[in-house]
Design a binder for this molecule. Structure first.
Ligand code: OAD
Length: 231
């Protein structure tokens, strides 16, 4: 089996990282993304944008993977043993999939524990706070290595090639509100793939899925993954 999985903030919610949308205290209900997550916001007030991502980075460093991350890492290993493959594409900028043991994670929205030079584009590991004084080795100003609204997500060619090669598409913990990720299910359907959604509640494009399971990611992901490995 060649599995394509798209994950979103719901997978990391039970690790305490918060979601952007959905019931309860969602990040974009408290903060305006246009003031924090756009290139224009960074140009206008880089200190404010750094403070937002610094807080999220500190939160991440104190967090741990949950049962959903662990189940996906086990699934990758189990599929490999059976001659199958798993492409794990995440919209999450945290590293919890990696910490749980997933070995190949495609971070289409970037990575919070990396910084990018706004001048030369060099990407480097970064676990400490960033400030307007943070510089790359060549002297350029650093920005978080995250994709903001209005920017093109990363690895899109690789992602569409993986969708082309897959025989099952699964979305876990994503609201289906942000494109192009929200459009992957339609691409998958157009290619004749079976599509499955695992989420706390129906996503914005729930109707596109053949199979839907609702509950906490830490509960429904392990049981679903076990069924896949038992096939
Ligand atoms: P969202 O915050 O939009 O959606 C999270 C989904 O997870 C919602 O449908 C919730 O109902 C669901 N959820 C919450 N808790 C859950 C749990 N314990 N188990 C399972 N599901 C749960 O997150 P994304 O879809 O990932 O982009 O958001 C997409 C993008 O929008 C993000 O990557 C980010 C954001 O703006 C950028 O910053 C560029």
């Amino acid at each position: 089996m060649n599995l394509f999985i798209l994950t979103g903030a719901g997978v990391s919610a039970e690790s305490g990282l918060g979601v952007f949308r959905g019931p309860g205290a969602a990040l974009w209900k408290r903060y305006d993304p246009m003031q924090l997550a756009t290139p224009e916001a960074f140009a206008r007030d880089p200190a404010l944008v750094h403070a937002f991502y610094n807080a999220r980075r500190r939160n991440l460093l104190a967090a741990s993977p949950n049962a959903a991350h662990a189940a996906l890492a086990r699934l990758e290993a189990g599929l490999a043993q059976r001659g199958g493959a798993l492409t794990l594409v995440t919209q999450n900028i945290d590293d919890l999939h990696e910490r749980a043991g997933s070995t190949r994670v495609i971070h289409m929205h970037g990575e919070l524990l990396k910084a990018r030079c706004a001048a030369c584009g060099a990407v480097s590991d970064r676990r400490e706070d960033l400030s307007t004084d943070s510089r790359c080795d060549r002297g350029g100003a650093l920005r978080p290595h995250v994709v903001w609204f209005g920017e093109t997500p990363l690895y899109m060619e690789e992602i569409y090639a993986a969708l082309e090669a897959a025989d099952l598409f699964v979305a876990i913990g994503t609201s289906g509100a942000v494109y192009p990720a929200a459009g992957f299910v339609r691409e998958a359907r157009a290619r004749g793939l079976r599509c499955c959604e695992l989420n706390l509640e129906p996503s914005e494009n729930a109707a596109e899925f053949d199979e839907r399971r609702y509950g906490r990611a830490s509960e429904i992901t392990p049981s679903w993954a076990q069924e896949i490995l038992a096939r």
